[in-house]
Unconditional design. Structure first.
Ligand SMILES: Cc1cc2nc3c(=O)[nH]c(=O)nc-3n(C[C@H](O)[C@H](O)[C@H](O)COP(=O)(O)OP(=O)(O)OC[C@H]3O[C@@H](n4cnc5c(N)ncnc54)[C@H](O)[C@@H]3O)c2cc1C
Length: 379
């Protein structure tokens, strides 16, 4: 029986996997991308991403998509407000329009990358359930429907709970001590004008007592809010999120002495509340070279979101790996060595920065350490 063979297999059509596929395509190298989502619309991608110059923007340049990206940037999205629990505004920055921290809707960015790949590159509804090493660096991959294929190069771009990571490393993500409850206020200018004014046009932090609200105005005019608390790992499981009013009441108990305008972000939330535990891999996670397989993005270096770098790094990893493979067309192992020798110190540095940012946000003196940091950037 003939087994299907893909020279390059990318597991995961996240931002990292898609940038890799696109950069390979730009260099004339084909790839097959497998994702468990039923199709490209299966999940709302949600959230604004701040695309950093040295990582995300560099990746988009390598992918030949920088100009298209600039056309989709959210104007005004670089504004910033930092408040304390009394809703006193302690720091306010307008979007000065210099475009140094361009913001884009995650869904728009993903669409940009998907549209830049040859038809059929991404195989949707294709959950990878197993991958085993064969001789000579090849792997055999199994999908949930029982299909198997072989590949010369297997790249795990499959996020936090990667199926590919165990081929390289026994590490597992651990709970960081921070729990989120995500909320949305739709059509904010019309339906929630006071909250819209409070949050402003871009990024918003209201912090104190080891907790707070991290929010963002989205391109569709909604407000997306992460209520964040330092909490035991099982705290979220004690709340019944199928009963939205009860979940709001449970959450409000943690904000009894917060300003009414901040509590209103919870009481006025539209739709269901979404719980989320924040996990991270150990800072400095790395592995020994294993022939024919590597990782990128969260699969390689899941970190807490507090440095705003995870998606940026995933894209940069994809671009770096694509360029290394293009530069070593007949020697995949050399390409992987070059890629990983830069990946490990880069991820370690940013993961450490993320862990420090977490401590800064959920600090007894918050939001002062955050204000000090933004003020030092300005200086
Ligand atoms: C609340 C929150 C806020 C964040 N904010 C920011 C921010 O502002 N800026 C920023 O840079 N980063 C941010 N991040 C981090 C960012 O979301 C991630 O780092 C980024 O999405 C990682 O991209 P990725 O391509 O590695 O993985 P993912 O985006 O997780 O993509 C993995 C893909 O693999 C697929 N997949 C998984 N398992 C399988 C399987 N077995 N078979 C087939 N397919 C599979 C999934 O369907 C998915 O499409 C945030 C994260 C969180 C949780």
């Amino acid at each position: 029986m003939n087994t299907t063979h893909h020279p390059v297999t990318i597991v995961g059509a996240g931002l990292g996997g898609l940038v890799l596929a696109r950069v390979l395509h730009v260099h004339g190298i084909g790839s097959a991308v497998f994702d468990l989502d039923a199709d490209r619309q299966a999940r709302t991608q949600g959230g604004m991403l701040d695309i950093h110059e040295e990582t995300g923007q560099a990746a988009l340049r390598a992918a030949g998509l920088y100009e298209e990206f600039r056309a989709k940037v959210h104007p005004g999205g670089e504004a910033l407000r930092v408040l304390d629990k009394r809703a006193e505004v302690l720091l306010e920055q307008k979007d000065d329009g210099d475009g140094g921290r361009p913001e884009i809707d995650r869904g728009d960015l993903r669409d940009l990358l998907l549209d830049a790949l040859p038809e059929g590159t991404v195989r949707w509804d294709s959950k990878v359930t197993d991958a085993v090493p064969l001789d000579g660096g090849r792997h055999r991959v199994t999908l949930a429907d029982g299909t198997t294929f072989t590949t010369d190069l297997l790249v795990g771009g499959d996020g936090a709970w990667s199926r590919i990571r165990p081929l390289l490393s026994p590490a597992r993500p651990a709970y960081t001590g921070i729990s989120f409850v995500e909320l949305d206020l739709f059509d904010a200018d019309e339906r929630h004008p006071a909250s819209a004014e409070l949050i402003g046009g871009g990024m918003f932090f209201a912090l104190g007592d080891d907790k707070g609200f991290l929010a963002h105005r989205e391109t569709d005019g909604s407000l997306h809010i992460y209520t964040a608390l330092r909490a035991a790992e099982d705290w979220l499981s004690t709340i019944d999120f199928t009963d939205t009013e009860a979940a709001k009441a449970a959450l409000l108990e943690h904000f009894t002495d917060w300003a009414p305008g901040l509590r209103a972000l919870i009481t006025e939330a539209d739709g269901p509340l979404t719980p989320r535990l924040i996990h991270a891999l150990p800072v400095g996670h790395r592995w020994q070279r294993v022939p024919g397989v590597t990782l990128l993005g969260d699969a390689a270096h899941l970190m807490s979101p507090f440095a705003g770098e995870g998606a940026n790094l995933a894209m940069f990893d994809g671009a770096e790996l694509g360029q290394a493979l293009a530069a070593h067309p007949t020697d995949t192992e050399s390409a992987l060595s070059v890629y990983e020798s830069a990946l490990f110190p880069r991820s370690e540095q940013t993961a450490a920065e993320s862990a420090r940012s977490q401590e800064m946000l959920f600090d007894a003196r918050a939001p002062q350490p955050l204000i000090d940091m933004f003020t030092s950037f300005e200086a």
